[in-house]
Design a protein around this ligand. Structure first.
Ligand code: ZN
Length: 62
């Protein structure tokens, strides 16, 4: 049977649920292949508007 070996303790369970942990776990940064700016992964680049080699939107200020 696929079961967890140990019951998760109250403190461990509650730590997982704290909202502030989410920002710390994934300090997400990747580099845009088009302009080289740091951007969020799986998001269009905010400075040039490119994603997967296509322009998804036109950046307003440049
Ligand atoms: Zn870019």
């Amino acid at each position: 049977m696929a079961n967890p070996r140990r019951k998760i303790s109250k403190s461990k369970r509650d730590k997982r649920r704290t909202p502030w942990m989410k920002g710390l776990e994934h300090p997400s940064l990747s580099v845009c292949p088009n302009c080289g700016e740091p951007k969020q992964p799986h998001r269009a680049c905010s400075s040039c508007g490119y994603y997967k080699g296509q322009r998804v939107f036109t950046p307003t200020e440049s």
